[in-house]
Design a protein around this ligand. Structure first.
Ligand SMILES: Nc1ncnc2c1ncn2[C@@H]1O[C@H](COP(=O)(O)OP(=O)(O)OP(=O)(O)O)[C@@H](O)[C@H]1O
Ligand SMILES: [Mg+2]
Length: 210
């Protein structure tokens, strides 16, 4: 499981420490919700966990082994906020291949089905999908890499309520297969689930009771 130990983070261009002393230990099958004020460092924390950034101090373990940023990139799938704005594939198939270069047609169909996009042609253009379908495709791009940890940054942002419920349903289903870490401004949306709620504030992460 994931264990963050005394993580401190201050990128060279930042005036202050963004993360001061983050310690976190997850349980098997756990889904984590992280909320906190704008600018509190939620996205930075996801970038550190997923290996896109490295902490100045502290260590990160997966199943009791110390993991460097390279290893973290290989076991994590990070879906950024508004991921559809960053699609670069000309087709759905090309977009999926960004997650996994040598992916077979069968595997593409399997992962599209997993996110509820069965019936969509991989030759279609990502921009022709609806907002909710685009969000599903962005999740599929990460799932195709079979991540052990799936990190979602504001997965419901900018979606209208009916689509939001569908995406929540999908995320709930995914929480059975990998460690889910969800950053959200709307922790109440997840209140009915079995989740652990954390709040990031002043560079520290605290567990909150519901
Ligand atoms: N590479 C960087 N260099 C300098 N400052 C940075 C860097 N990355 C993030 N910051 C600053 O660190 C703070 C935390 O940013 P971050 O994007 O992690 O916050 P957030 O909690 O995700 O905010 P939001 O809720 O608005 O998405 C902000 O003040 C941001 O400007
Ligand atoms: Mg953010």
């Amino acid at each position: 499981m994931l264990h963050l130990k005394k993580i401190q983070y201050q990128p060279a261009t930042a005036e202050e420490k963004i993360l001061k002393n983050i310690t976190l230990q997850t349980e098997p099958g756990e889904a984590l919700i992280i909320s906190g004020p704008s600018g509190s460092g939620k996205t930075s924390l996801l970038e550190i966990i997923s290996g896109l950034a490295s902490p100045n101090k502290g260590s990160i373990y997966w199943d009791n082994s110390l993991i460097n940023s390279y290893k973290r990139r290989s076991i994590c799938g990070l879906v950024f906020q508004f991921p559809e704005r960053h699609f670069i594939g000309l087709t759905i198939s090309q977009e999926l291949k960004i997650g996994h270069r040598r992916i077979s047609g069968d595997m593409q169909s399997k992962v599209l089905k997993e996110v509820g996009l069965e019936g969509i042609s991989p030759k279609d253009l990502p921009e022709n999908l609806s907002g909710g379908q685009q969000r599903r495709l962005a999740i599929a791009v990460q799932l195709i890499r079979s991540p052990k940890i799936l990190l979602l940054d504001e997965p419901t942002a900018g979606l209208d309520w009916s689509v939001r419920d569908e995406i929540l349903e999908l995320i709930k289903k995914l929480s059975k297969d990998q460690l889910l870490i969800i950053v959200t401004h709307e922790p109440d949306l997840f209140a009915k689930w079995q989740v652990s709620n954390y709040r990031l504030k002043d560079g520290n992460l605290k567990k909150v009771s519901k």
